[in-house]
Design a protein around this ligand. Structure first.
Ligand code: NAD
Length: 355
């Protein structure tokens, strides 16, 4: 797969980007160029394995910087581009939305312009095979009422500054396809979990706080339903969409693991109690806190299009995937310790945690 391909992964030092890069290097013949600004959310340790590959290159590039993007494209001449670069944390988007508009929306615009210039300069078969994949989210569809799931035809109803900027980028990608012919694809990935996720997100936050026997804050009553998708399943879906997706197509990528946030928190507690026993059950640390404003109650995706057209199905069962994730954090303290100030020392003093 991807013989002679040079894939630019923009935002490749983050959670999903690093999983995609590892998948491309391990399971395909592609060359990978990682272009990332290395914000707080990037972790170079996620790419230690990739750095050992002669098919991997990294350049520090900000997606908002047209000249830097253009120069990187001229040097590496990618045959495909995946855009994952984003400010990705909803809570931060409520406190400080400006950076989200700049990176998620203006950055996507800048990238599309530079991609268009690159694509126009390609010839024959490379031009026909070129794809730009904009990695989006199910959050652009807003909160779903009642039962059921939404597919790619659902109306856009973003409710947070984060999802509004992601929605805007989707529209730009579509318009650059319809207006200029740039072969763009959009994927709507569900809530993703797995190894190497920055500890501000729900699963790793609960894992690391639970490990240290700190309180586990749950928004509202924890009733928010999410469609949990393992990061390796997400990475496989992105690679498939890039390889075989039709220009102009959009694909919903759901994990099929509908769980309430409180269920996820309890599952983390149970896994921690099994793998890193403590004097108190972790569930006793759960505290309900004031809900996030505009918090969507329910996301659920119908992924039948990507199953039918590209043969993708999630492979990871949620409980098994979550336990594997907990184990990963226990075994990879060096990855997260620098990110959670003082946490590693506190754990060592209390004699808690493996590794
Ligand atoms: P992340 O926050 O872990 O990583 C984002 C990466 O983008 C980081 O490496 C960061 O350095 C880089 N970046 C940020 N601003 C940049 C800029 N201006 N220029 C270049 N690079 C920049 O995010 P993630 O969870 O890996 O998400 C990746 C993408 O997938 C995002 O676009 C997000 O909206 C989307 N997505 C995420 C989820 C999820 O549950 N995590 C679900 C669906 C879609």
């Amino acid at each position: 797969r991807f013989r002679d391909a040079r894939i630019a992964v923009v935002g490749g030092a983050g959670f999903i980007g690093s999983a995609l890069i590892l998948h491309l290097l391990n399971d395909t013949a592609a060359r990978v160029i990682n272009l990332d600004a290395l914000t707080y959310a990037a972790n170079p340790r996620s790419l230690t394995e990739a750095q050992a590959s002669p098919r991997y290159a990294f350049e520090r590039v900000d997606i908002r910087d047209a000249d830097a993007l253009g120069a990187a494209f001229a040097r590496h001449r990618p045959t495909a581009i995946v855009n994952l670069a984003a400010e990705s944390h909803v809570d931060r988007s409520i406190d400080a939305p400006g950076a989200f508009v700049e990176t998620n929306l203006m950055g996507a615009f800048t990238l599309l312009q530079e991609a268009l210039r690159l694509w126009r300069g390609l010839d024959g078969s490379e031009k026909a095979a070129f794809r730009l994949l904009q990695v989006s989210t199910d959050e652009v569809f807003g909160s779903l009422d009642g039962e059921g799931a939404c597919d790619e035809t659902a109306p856009y109803r973003p409710n947070s500054p984060y999802s509004a900027t992601k929605a805007g980028a989707d529209h730009l990608a579509r318009a650059w396809g319809a207006t200029y012919g740039l072969p763009t694809i959009v994927t709507h990935g569900a809530n993703t979990y797995g190894p190497r996720q920055f500890p501000e997100k729900l699963a790793p936050m609960m894992i690391l706080r639970g490990l240290g026997l700190r309180e586990l804050p749950v928004y509202g009553r924890g009733d928010q339903v999410r469609d949990w998708l393992h990061v390796e399943d997400h990475a496989r879906a992105l690679a498939l969409a890039l390889e075989r997706g039709a220009p102009g197509a959009t694909y919903a990528v759901g994990g099929g693991g509908l769980r309430r946030n409180i269920d996820v928190t309890r599952a983390v507690c149970a896994a921690l109690d099994r793998l890193a026993p403590a004097p108190v059950p972790r569930e006793s640390l759960i505290r309900f806190v004031a809900d996030r404003p505009g918090h969507d109650l329910r996301y659920a995706l119908d992924s039948s299009r990507i199953a039918r057209e590209l043969g993708w199905r999630p492979q990871e069962n949620f409980e098994a995937g979550l336990e594997r994730t907990v184990r990963w954090y226990l075994d990879n303290r060096a990855w997260w310790a620098p990110l959670v100030e003082g946490e590693a020392d506190a754990l060592r003093r209390r004699g808690l945690g493996a590794a």
